[in-house]
Design a binder for this molecule. Structure first.
Ligand code: AMP
Ligand code: GLY
Length: 416
């Protein structure tokens, strides 16, 4: 089989690396890919959001399967465009990707189908939103409705902060069109767990649980990032909780989407908070998480192609998916300054000294035969081991061998 993977981060490197293990895969392209992906696939210089460019390339190259990994092309309808041209694609169609692309859509779906989540209200008018905040009091959470690069959420400890977030989003246009509407929701507390699931429109098979670390610095301090590391499994996600999530959240969500005429096919990511009153949905993503995927796919034992095919054909119930009992830890090495301004083009040294981890590339390029930094998140150093502490230890032993100017990483991935 020939496969085209869309995207160019650590998540896409993990997908490409996992697909390479399949005896069925003979060629992989990745658009646009990155320096590390180029070691395992043929990179094609097309932006992940360029639907016309991807479609033209796919029509010419005739891949047997296109895997659309990032949120933006899914929300823009890349899977629809490919399928309508007769090309097999993995990922939700545009009307199903809305579960991530519009928080108000997701909240209304949960309210309608009784899926547990934080209480909320939706506003397009800042004065009404501010009245609501004053009536509810703080802490309270303000979320831009649309895709905002993971930066659209303000967990406000005071009314002033919440009001400022509303003004920025609705009146200030801080997130463009994505913030013209805001969801204001009840502040919840409890450990956060990510559960990703393969969904074929009707059936769902969950992957092992994971946790990510969104803040830039140790002890969950500093600004929010795309994710500074991840590990799998979560300590908090006990079998009894899994059962509750399956019955009250996972299956009902898949059934609700089908009932709404938006059958979901692809990877559905449940961002959960395990509150004292039970698990609640914090967010849905319509795709593999980044960097959770680097940790989770490191544990996959089944051929990923067989899973992708079963999802597309609606036959997920007919295959067994097995996972290693090992734990996995992914430590992201980022450019100094990330998530704010950072420099690119720093030479990365020490990659050949890595012994016990696999290094997924998130933002790298090859220049004069050497890997250089080319993004905010640069590498995801990922190790597996029989226990989580051992996986953490292995990953960090390798992280310490890798050097580039102003490299930054958290030293507490896996310890929460
Ligand atoms: P998101 O960008 O949707 O992943 O949200 C970013 C982070 O905001 C989440 O990982 C949570 O830590 C926090 N958050 C989102 N919604 C709530 C909520 N209702 N209560 C408390 N924290 C929240
Ligand atoms: N790590 C969170 C996400 O992929 O959205």
């Amino acid at each position: 089989m020939k496969v085209l993977v869309i995207g160019g981060g650590g998540r896409e490197h993990a997908i490409v690396h996992t697909l390479r293990k399949s005896p069925k895969v003979e060629h992989i392209w990745c658009a646009p890919g990155n320096g590390g992906i180029a070691q395992e696939a043929e990179c094609v210089d097309i932006k992940a959001t360029d639907i016309d460019g991807v479609l033209a390339f796919a029509k010419a190259a005739q891949p047997d399967l296109v895997v659309v990994a990032p949120d933006d092309p899914l929300a823009l309808g890349m899977v629809d465009a490919l399928e309508d041209a007769g090309i097999r694609a993995f990922g939700p169609r545009k009307d199903a990707a809305l579960i991530e692309g519009s928080k108000s859509f997701a909240k209304e779906l949960m309210r309608k189908y009784g899926i547990p989540t934080a209480d909320y209200a939706v506003f397009e008018d800042s004065a009404a939103a501010i009245d609501y905040i004053k009536a509810q009091g703080a802490p309270i959470v303000v979320k831009a409705d649309g895709l905002a690069l993971g930066k659209g959420v303000t967990v406000a400890m005071t009314e002033e902060e919440a009001i400022a977030a509303v003004k920025d989003a609705i009146d200030g246009g801080a997130f463009g069109g994505a913030g013209a509407r805001v969801v204001i929701e009840q502040y919840l507390t409890g450990p956060e767990v990510s559960v990703l699931a393969f969904v074929d429109g009707v059936h769902l098979k969950t992957m092992p649980s994971a946790q990510d670390h969104k803040r830039a610095y140790d002890h969950d301090e500093g600004p929010n990032t795309g994710g500074m590391g991840a590990f799998s499994p979560s300590r908090y996600y006990a079998d009894t909780i899994e059962q509750v999530c399956m019955e009250t959240i996972f299956q009902p969500t898949v059934a609700a989407m089908a009932k709404e005429g938006r059958p979901f096919k692809g990877v559905l990511y449940f961002g959960l908070m395990l509150t004292p009153k039970g698990p609640r949905v914090i967010e849905y993503n319509a795709r593999f998480g980044d960097p959770e995927t680097q940790a989770v796919l490191s544990r996959l034992q089944t051929d990923l192609i067989d899973i992708f095919e079963a999802v597309i054909d609606g036959k997920l119930d007919e295959i067994a998916i097995s996972w290693s009992h090992d734990a996995a830890c992914c430590v992201c090495m980022a450019s100094g300054g990330y998530p704010k301004a950072y420099e690119k083009g720093k030479v990365i040294e020490g990659l050949d000294d890595v012994t016990d981890s696999f290094v997924f590339h998130a933002g790298t390029a090859v220049k004069d035969g050497a890997f250089v930094t080319n993004g905010g998140r640069v590498l995801g150093v990922t190790a597996t081991a029989p226990t989580l502490p051992a996986a953490i230890e292995r990953a960090y032993a390798d992280v310490r061998k890798i050097r580039f100017d102003q490299a930054h990483y958290r030293t507490d991935i896996g310890i929460k």
